[in-house]
Write a protein that binds this ligand. Structure first.
Ligand code: ADP
Ligand code: MG
Length: 381
């Protein structure tokens, strides 16, 4: 299945499509900005796209980078500043100006970055015609935005096939890595570690993977709902209300036995009071999770065990350390988990697969495909 998409690898781009030409690259630079700057622990998505950008430059092409960022009002300007660490960057706000600018300036050797695509009509409506001024100047299109590719948007879906279309190095690496976690071919003792605040797609993942898993280690605010549904007091803890009636009593789902409250105190789970908030898993839970992670053959982790931005990171630290030390094959996904790896001083090499995608990773694991991949498949029919 994954080999199928290798036919869209950049190694198949003819030199004539790159040399002296503009190459349109859809990246996902939707990374956290703190006080106007790219957050040092959150630049994974940018870093992972550099190989593709450099591949184009080394062959004499000019990368035109397009990306969305957060909400419509957000600007990619801080990202342009950050990119200057690596490239000679030209930041452009307007597509129509592009041809004009192109005549006046020599773009060779430079990287062009355009403003947040969500500022333009057509992007969310999956209509790529707003990108015509760029499409007409480019020789080919590369998708290096795996984390955004579960969305049928103009720059991701509709655009496929309007130019010769390829998939970036990171995109294909993601597909290869995630193939290890095909739910119908999991080894017997596979463990899923799930945290974060909101269920969203994670609930679908949990439900579809549960029959194939040995354990689910549940932390973060997700555990609060399970604890409450199993009869524990969770006080004022954050809860994302979803329907878990069919899985709440599953013996595979392991919940915290101790927690850290709003005062930083460690409480046994039956000692949580009406005015308490659960903000992290406790040390005994961390040790329990570590033991299970080390006995597993395959471990997939998504979502922090606690509110780590507010210094409730001990639980996530215990998990990431166990993931680094276990002999199991490990997959870590989602922006939060990646930020924790960096913050806690671990290196990416200590894990087998690191996915830059949150929602896209979950959707790919659940369904085995993404809207964007379907668009590429159609090209070969
Ligand atoms: P989002 O979809 O908003 O990114 P996630 O489901 O990915 O949310 O969860 C990440 C967030 O979960 C982090 O901001 C983290 O602080 C928060 N979180 C984790 N554990 C808790 C908890 N016990 N209480 C409140 N928030 C939590
Ligand atoms: Mg998240």
């Amino acid at each position: 299945m994954n080999n199928f998409f290798e036919k869209f690898s950049l190694i198949h781009i003819p030199d004539t499509e790159i040399q002296g030409r503009a190459v349109l690259i859809r990246v996902d630079f939707n990374v956290p900005i703190t006080e106007g700057h790219v957050d040092d622990t959150g630049d994974g998505r940018i870093q992972s796209s550099l190989k593709t950008i450099r591949y184009v430059m080394e062959r004499g092409g000019t990368p035109i980078l397009i990306s969305h960022h957060g909400k419509k009002e957000d600007s990619l300007l801080p990202i342009a500043e950050y990119l200057k660490k690596f490239f000679d960057v030209v930041f452009l706000k307007n597509f129509e100006d592009f041809s004009q600018e192109k005549n006046n300036k020599n773009f060779h050797g430079k990287v062009i970055l355009f403003e947040n695509l969500r500022q333009f009509d057509g992007e969310l409506e999956n209509d790529s015609s707003y990108l015509n001024p760029l499409i007409s100047e480019s020789s080919c299109y590369i998708n290096e935005a795996f984390p955004a590719s579960h969305r049928a948007h103009g720059s991701l879906d509709d655009i496929v096939g309007r130019l010769p279309s390829y998939l970036g190095f990171q995109f294909l690496a993601e597909l290869e890595g995630l193939a290890l976690f095909n739910k119908d071919h999991l080894p017997q003792n596979t463990t899923l570690v799930l945290g974060g605040a909101k269920f969203g797609t994670k609930l679908n993942l949990l439900k579809s993977f549960l029959p194939h898993l040995e354990y689910v280690l549940m932390g973060g605010a997700l555990a609060n709902l399970f604890l409450r549904e199993r009869g524990f007091e969770v006080g004022k803890s954050f809860i994302d209300e979803v329907d878990i009636s069919d899985i709440k009593d599953s013996e595979k789902i392991i919940l915290p036995i101790d927690i850290v409250d709003q005062e930083g105190d460690i409480l046994r789970i039956d000692r949580v009071g009406r005015n308490d908030s659960i903000l992290d898993i406790g040390p005994e839970t961390g040790a329990l999770f570590e033991t299970i992670i080390k006995k597993s053959a395959l471990v997939l982790w998504n979502g922090p065990m606690g509110k780590y931005e507010d210094n409730y990171y001990e639980g996530s630290h215990a998990v990431v350390k166990a993931m680094a030390e276990t002999t199991a094959r490990t997959l870590i996904g989602g922006g939060d988990s990646l930020a924790i790896i960096k913050k806690e001083g671990f290196s990416e090499e200590q894990f087998d697969v690191i996915s830059m995608g949150g929602g896209a990773m979950l959707e790919y694991l659940i369904s085995g495909t993404l809207p964007v991949l379907e668009a590429y498949k159609k090209l070969t029919q």
